[in-house]
Design a protein around this ligand. Structure first.
Ligand code: GTP
Length: 417
């Protein structure tokens, strides 16, 4: 059975500022609720006591007003007075008893609406002694809300509003301070790292922060930047060394190590390019094939180092005698070639051959205070007269060189005879 792929849903992104603000407002709302509850309970307890005191004062006022009616046991007058005061004071019920008998009573008729039911729910009771000529003759029972509910609401709503306002102010101030303390360094850090990444300026460092954790984060970021900077320098160094090594390799892949002239491969590539151009432009080019005469003898008589010195001197003199765009190469051993491109006048090739012959004929210092004179055989080929491609031209120049060398050898033999 194939395992079921689990795709993680990316977390919803929220800003740190909104998280902090939301947290602070949650704490603030909780604090407001607690403050409201404490205020309400405290206010309810105090108001309950005040409500009882108020009812007792009203009771004493009723007892005082009805003293005459009580003395004469005038139930009608007593009920009238009780009812009038109870209505004025907003009481729910009053009972006036004398020696255990009911003399007068008042009951506010229920209206049945929710406000009335609420008022009655918050009603308290009080009992007051009834005296006549300083002698206790009965008692008054009172019940009513006596302004308790309104006061309680005022306290609660007022307290809640005042609490809310003060906590909002507090939250606002602490939030600003927290944001400045926490958010500002994080934003600075984020801006700095972003800029460093964009500009790749790893020499820069981020600022320290007042909050310990953020400061340690900034220190870690700086340490990381230092590491990146070190790696970058190392990479740049290594890149430079590799580039130099590559350049050197590229040079040696195209040049002869002993003389510094172009090697056979590079020469043939350049010759091929020059041929293409000459074909395109309808131009001529010339090729010289040069071989040192009796070079083996130099090695045999003066040593290999002397032979090397001769090859180097030959190379220098060949290169020195050429125009900037011409190219000299060493094919190997004592064989050299020269590319003359473009060849404007075919006669120029003969001039160059004699010029080169003179240049190499000058004595060559082979070290140890010794010098020797060398000569070369030079064969020539011209494009397109002697060949249309690299091989044909090389073959033709080589053959011409051999013909010249044979002439030299013949002349030398004649001189010896
Ligand atoms: N010193 C030195 N000698 C080399 C080098 N490469 C090849 N040789 C020698 O060059 C000589 C080439 O001789 P050849 O061209 O065959 O003969 P040569 O004496 O020049 O005779 P001709 O060409 O007929 O005049 C050989 O003895 C090789 O050993 C090199 O890099 N340095």
């Amino acid at each position: 059975m194939q395992p079921e792929a689990v795709t993680a849903t990316p977390p919803r992104r929220v800003s740190l500022a909104s998280v902090l603000r939301r947290g602070q407002w949650r704490v603030a709302s909780g604090a407001v609720l607690v403050v409201c509850a404490v205020l309400s309970v405290g206010a309810a307890l105090q108001l309950r006591l005040a409500q009882r005191d108020g009812l007792a004062s009203v009771g004493r006022a009723i007892a005082y007003s009805t003293e005459a009616a009580v003395a004469f046991r005038d139930a009608a007058e007593a009920e009238l007075l009780v009812g009038r005061i109870a209505q004025r004071e907003g009481l729910d019920a009053v009972r006036l008893e004398l020696g255990g008998e009911l003399l007068a009573r008042y009951d506010r008729p229920p209206t049945g609406d929710w406000a009335d039911r609420l008022r009655r729910g918050f009603a308290a009771t009080a009992e007051v002694q009834v005296d006549v000529d300083g002698r206790a003759v009965g008692r008054l029972e009172l019940s009513g809300e006596a302004g308790f509910l309104g006061a309680l609401l005022r306290w609660t709503v007022g307290g809640a509003l005042a609490g809310m306002a003060s906590i909002a102010l507090f939250v606002l101030l602490t939030s600003r301070r927290q944001l400045a303390l926490v958010l500002a360094p994080i934003q600075r850090l984020s801006r700095a790292t972003h800029a460093i990444r964009a500009s790749r300026d790893f020499d820069r460092r981020v600022d320290a922060a007042a909050v310990t954790e953020l400061d340690s984060l900034a220190a870690d970021v700086n340490a990381l930047l230092a590491e990146v900077q070190r790696y970058e320098r190392e990479l740049v160094d290594r890149h430079g060394r590799l580039e130099a090594a590559y350049e050197e390799l590229a040079h040696y892949s195209r040049h002869d190590a002993l003389t510094g002239l172009a090697n056979r491969r590079y020469f043939e590539t350049r010759l091929q390019e020059a041929l293409s151009r000459a074909r395109r432009e309808g131009e001529r080019l010339g090729l010289l094939f040069i071989d040192v005469n009796r070079f083996k003898q130099v090695n045999d008589q003066h040593g290999h180092a002397a032979g090397d010195a001769v090859l180097k001197a030959m190379a220098q003199r060949l290169a020195g005698a050429l125009r900037q765009h011409d190219l000299a190469a060493r094919l190997g051993g004592d064989e050299f070639v020269v590319l003359v491109a473009p060849l404007r006048e075919p006669e120029a090739l003969a001039t160059l051959v004699s010029h080169l012959g003179e240049a190499v004929a000058r004595p060559i210092d082979i070290g140890g205070g010794r010098s020797l004179e060398a000569s070369v055989s030079i064969g020539t080929a011209v494009y397109p007269d002697d060949g249309g491609d690299v091989d044909a031209l090389m073959r033709q120049a080589d053959a011409a060189m051999y013909a010249v060398k044979a002439g030299h050898a013949g002349a030398a033999a004649r001189r010896r005879a």
